[in-house]
Design a protein. Sequence first.
Length: 333
Amino acid sequence: MQPIRWGIMATGEIAHSFAPDLALIPDAQLVAVGSRSMQTARAFADQYGARNAHGSYTELANDPDVDVVYIATPHGLHHDHILMCFDAGKHVLCEKALTLNARTTAHAIGEARRRGLFLMEAMWMRCNPNIRAMQELVATGELGDIQAVGADFGFLAANADKARLVDPALGASAILDIGIYPLTFAWLFLGQPERIISVGAVSERGVDLACASVLSYDDGAHATLSCTNTAVTPGHAFVAGSLGRIEVPRPFHRPDEFVVRTSDGDTVHRHPVTGRGYTHEIEEVHRCLRAGLTESAVIPLDDSLALMRLMDWMRSDLGCTLPGDEDWSARLG
Ligand SMILES: NC(=O)c1ccc[n+]([C@@H]2O[C@H](COP(=O)([O-])OP(=O)(O)OC[C@H]3O[C@@H](n4cnc5c(N)ncnc54)[C@H](OP(=O)(O)O)[C@@H]3O)[C@@H](O)[C@H]2O)c1
């Protein structure tokens, strides 16, 4: 079997987490790295065994040896970088959040579909084997009707110098950076909410630092979700139904196990996670590309768009805007 040849765009923190997991996939080959600096690209390429190093993202996108590009730049740049890869005919796995708002996410998805190229948001949580097992369990009806979901994600933005966490031009937003995890978790078990109400804290530069949201659903179910860059929160999650519940310990967005509590007792479920957990999304990309699919059913593009609409709604409740947000017409309702 021919390997699938990867290029990595950017050499920041997540790129350094992703590359070792890529090396664990037998039919994946890291062939190229692109950075704003040739020196950085060369060092990264040498560290992870890529033969091609590029001192610009455009050169990486146009590298004829690359089949699929993993975009690991700050989210404020994702839209431009997705289009850059599409212009070079490359398939794309793009870090979350896919873009900054629903308008640009819809545009990127439209371009992927128009050009027949693969696009997937790297929402790795959805590929985690424990998360997938929870979804299968809930689908059996064993927990009854799901009536409540809760999840929180909070950490101290330890390195406040990290530009992408503070600079609106790079898409700084706790909601887009970490709030996306509790929101996606609720989506997996309750789907599209009827209403969402959010409150939170905003930095002097107009960036959302923290957000607490209540979501209500047609059937009376609700979700309580929070994210913050200003405190370390438990990082737990639960899914509660009329017949039982799932409890997910910290860190709920990349769990190694979960507990099911019903009237029959408590059961611990454990599904092994490979590497740092990015392996599972890489395998999903490979499965799709080998099957000739341009979209993943595990991380559907329509879900990326629906979740971005919800995050637009959350940010607008807090009065936070980012470049390109002038059109809030994508709001719910
Ligand atoms: N899935 C996950 O677990 C996870 C975890 C953390 C972050 N993320 C996502 O991954 C993306 C990157 O996050 P990160 O933590 O890796 O960020 P980071 O450490 O700041 O790295 C971002 C990289 O983007 C490139 N870049 C291009 N223009 C830039 C600019 N103007 N300012 C700063 N960097 C610039 C730089 O690479 P070069 O210098 O090589 O050009 C930089 O190293 C974000 O979308 C984030 O949401 C995902």
